[in-house]
Design a protein around this ligand. Structure first.
Ligand code: GDP
Length: 598
């Protein structure tokens, strides 16, 4: 089949607008799967993904469709993960396509995620086919959604296809539009092998399976390939396409989307976005767009029982074989003992890994307050990347600290605009613009420090708008900020697990909050315990736990004064010893309580 008869496209949509249902309909309509198989396939999805209504890993599917012109086309549908943590995978998948279906719910209209995804699709110059789904709903408002498409997305309303994925309406029109409006792939004239890796999965039996789009040339079993980024070479064991199960092919040619299996043992041997070429006749340079995936969010993970350390290490290794975006290394904390410093793509990715450690590996873990990664320029010109607040050099050695910034799209009912703008300001955000979507809704575009939206921004947005607000974000580089390291001292000793990098203006309230919480969870000692928050040696907040006066003489009734004195001496010594080592007996669960409460 020549590339003229191939169409590569993906589906972009806000969560719940019907992407999964529509994909299923397309597979059924093209007889790629029967209805029964379809259900089985659904059951295969990871529990976690189903619970959260997101897809993290899904594979492309090749369909054959005989169009109204009587010609049979090969349609490759590349699914994209539905969450911003995985936006690099999304952008690589989109880069492997020439077109995209943009699904908008006929009752809900355009949402924040729709905009963020559309942005990515525009960057790749894709042909966009708008699909207005769920037209069977009584609350469907076609004129309203059409107007939104024209006003906000600048797509003429007549290009939109009305559909109901649920009732199978408009499916044929969508397939015809893919054939007519999505351009066929164009091959590089030199015919040398160039294949772009847009995702990969780890299979227990077959090792790494890389998902590729062949841009030019061809590859088959036995071809010796080279990966541009790692410069490693491999012999291909198998190539094939997904229909939707893995189905072996003799060859993958220009325009094809499918999989490659070579002798790769772990997920980090193949980098998403890398270019595969023929080792004997290599192409002169890799395809554009490669970027090393960088973890954006970091946190310490520690076993609750220190004896579980080895088991946890084993579990981490197993997770990493599957997930190259997850990074970890050993670290130790005075407060929490031996554990690991872990890097994640974002908060959702972090929660998924923590959940998997708990569920699949039965690990009882505690994780420290998440931190972003900071760029630091030292006064001596040295550049550092800091993912652990404890590693930040002393303030006199620091010339500048830059923090990651995100562009956030927030869709809210117009009534809440004042409150939400206030929230954005509180979180050190800057408004870029405000757009009216329809009579009742507005979309705010603003930039915010990533660290400010990490913990509770989305929750606050939801509760302030009674659940009607939605948001999405994209990374928008780094910006200098007035950031400082805040340390927590317990009885004058800094406690590493509580160190954090905070904005200067927010340090005092955050410090007070932490000291207060610590006061609640640390039991009284035999001496007064000072709890302090400090920046560069300067105390900015303090609390103290009063001493417990153990009534050691209570048991001595009456006269024996010498015995009484002896006991008091002993108590004093004990006090002195405690103070001398400067350690407070803090129960392990106190750390857990404070870190979990945040
Ligand atoms: P996704 O999150 O975009 O993958 O959305 P799903 O395909 O899972 O659909 C979300 C919900 O909308 C499900 O309950 C579907 O049954 C429902 N749904 C999808 N398409 C339609 C449609 O055309 N009409 C109606 N009424 N419901 C639909």
């Amino acid at each position: 089949m020549s590339t003229e008869l191939t169409r590569n496209f993906s589906i972009i949509a806000h969560i719940d607008h019907g992407k999964t249902t529509l994909s299923d309909r397309l597979l059924e309509h093209t007889k790629t799967v029967s209805q029964r198989e379809q259900q089985d396939q659904h059951l295969d999805a990871m529990d976690l993904e189903r619970e959260r209504g997101i897809t993290i890993k899904s594979h492309p599917v090749t369909m054959e469709y005989t169009a109204k012109d009587g010609v049979t086309y090969q349609l490759n549908l590349l699914d994209t993960p539905g969450h911003v943590d995985f936006s690099y995978e999304v952008s690589r998948s989109l880069a492997a396509c020439e077109g995209a279906l943009l699904i908008v719910d006929a009752a809900q209209g355009v949402e924040a995620q729709t905009m963020a995804n559309l942005h990515l699709a525009h960057e790749q110059d894709l042909a966009i086919i708008p699909v207005i789904n769920k037209i069977d709903l009584p609350s469907c408002d076609l004129p309203k959604v059409n107007k939104q498409l024209e006003d906000i997305i600048c797509i003429p309303a007549e290009e939109a296809i009305p559909a109901s994925a649920k009732n199978g309406i408009g499916i044929e029109d969508i397939l015809e539009a893919v054939v007519e409006r999505v351009p066929a792939p164009v091959e590089d004239a030199d015919g040398l092998l160039r294949a772009s890796v847009f995702d990969s999965v780890y299979d227990n039996f077959r090792g790494v399976v890389s998902y590729v789009r062949v841009v030019s040339g061809s590859m088959k079993r036995g071809t010796r390939i080279k990966l541009f980024h790692t410069t490693k070479t491999y012999e291909i064991k198998e190539v094939g396409v997904f229909t939707p199960g893995m189905s072996k092919r003799d060859e993958l040619k220009a325009g094809d989307v499918g999989y490659v299996i070579a002798n790769m043992k772990s997920a980090d041997e193949v980098k998403i976005g890398d270019t595969i070429t023929d080792n004997t006749h290599p192409c002169p340079k890799p395809l554009d767009g490669f970027k090393e995936i960088q973890p954006m969010v970091f946190s310490g993970i520690y076993p609750v029982e220190s004896s579980d350390f080895e088991a946890l290490k084993l579990a981490m290794g197993k997770l990493q074989i599957n997930d190259a975006a997850f990074t970890w290394q050993s670290e130790s904390s005075v407060a929490l003992g031996f554990g690991f410093r872990c890097g994640f793509l974002g908060l959702l990715h972090m929660e998924i890994i923590q959940e998997r450690l708990r569920r699949e590996f039965n690990m009882d873990i505690i994780s420290t307050y998440p931190s972003v990664i900071y760029e630091v320029t030292k006064t001596n010109g040295e550049e550092l990347l800091i993912d652990n607040p404890c590693m930040l050099p002393e303030s006199q050695e620091v010339q500048e600290i830059r923090e990651p910034i995100v562009r956030v799209y927030i869709m809210i009912p117009s009534d809440y605009i004042g409150e939400i703008m206030k929230l954005v300001m509180e979180k050190r955000g800057e408004m870029e613009h405000t757009e009216t979507i329809d009579e009742t809704r507005v979309m705010l575009t603003c930039t915010l420090p990533l660290s400010e939206i990490l913990i509770d921004f989305n929750d606050k947005l939801k509760s302030m708008t009674r659940g009607y607000g939605s948001m999405d974000y994209e990374h928008a580089g780094y910006k200098p900020g007035k950031l400082v390291k805040m340390e927590i001292l317990i009885a004058s000793e800094p406690v590493d697990a509580f160190a954090s990098i905070v904005h200067q203006d927010k340090a005092a309230p955050y410090g007070r909050q932490l000291c207060k919480k610590l006061k609640e969870v640390i039991p009284q000692q035999l001496f007064v315990v000072a709890l302090q928050a400090a920046i560069g040696g300067k105390i900015i907040a303090r609390e103290s736990i009063s001493a417990m006066r153990k009534n050691v003489t209570a048991k001595c009734y009456g006269g024996d004064i010498s015995r009484k004195r002896k006991l008091l001496e002993k108590q004093k010594k004990g006090k002195a010893k405690m103070k001398a080592i400067g350690k407070v007996n803090i129960p392990q669960d106190a750390f857990i309580k404070v870190l979990k409460n945040d």
